[in-house]
Design a protein around this ligand. Sequence first.
Ligand code: HPA
Ligand code: ZN
Length: 325
Amino acid sequence: MDVKMNGNLPKAELHLHIEGTLEPELMFALAERNGIKLPYKDTEAIRAAYQFTNLQSFLDIYYAGAGVLQTSRDFYDLTWAYLERCKADNVVHTEIFFDPQTHTERGIDFETVLEGIDGALSDAKEKLGITSHIIMSFLRHLSEESAMETLEMALPYKDRMIGVGLDSSEAGFPPEMFERVFAKARKAGFIPMAHAGEEGPPEYIHQALELLKVVRIDHGVRAIEDPKLMERLIAERMPLTVCPLSNVKLKVFETLADHNILDMLDQGACVTVNSDDPAYFGGYMNANFEGLVNELGMTETQARRLAANSFEASFLPEAEKKAWM
Ligand code: HPA
Ligand code: ZN
């Protein structure tokens, strides 16, 4: 199919960590603005360091990079730069994660972070015509207690966030650890979702569904190892927010040609395409679509179904979803 056509398809992005959109150029600019010395000589040296062997090797660099984000203006600039990429790729709606603990743990106020992100998203609605939601994500390598404190901290700002997620190191940190936190979050009105089945086993997807009562699974590609689970996901149209370039960078699949997203799509699963941490993984939304065309032979029909799924799986009102599908 014509790769360029993908650029014209309206799409929603549902799996995007705003801290993962920090391009090396902005990292340097913010380091300078905030008087921080980076352990890299230049942006080329930063890019050269992005050679990952697994999820953890990425997370170590990603959390260190986020250290340059200090003020509301920093978070605004970060978010605005991402929104301009959305505009270029015809992403008309985005639901972005932020990791409060990455910032509160180093003394940055929850409000400072949220203010900057939310300010850029509000301006984007007016100036770029892009709609959005914010999802706060708990770091699963930290304790239940820390997640609970973070939830308490977020309650006064509930109206500005639609949901809660669960991310960071997966293997060894099963969803069951956060059952009580998610119960409390749901009670407060947050929509629950969780990363599961990226590096972790299908059992973690079961736990996310049964114990956290999630309405979306982030990644979920290892579901394919459990045929009964696949049947359930398909029957329930449970969305899987898949991130193809991320999966190759973090060695979940060796190459894009090995990726299972189109198999799952053809089986009837509600899979969507997303960029996850595009500054670290080599591309934004359209780069992911283009990779699927070039390396996996994605057809135009498949691309259109993936785009339609992204709206179906979004938290837009039903009438707005339909208008885009
Ligand atoms: N997986 C887990 N944690 C993350 C990711 C991811 O893909 N991106 C940012 N934090
Ligand atoms: Zn992610």
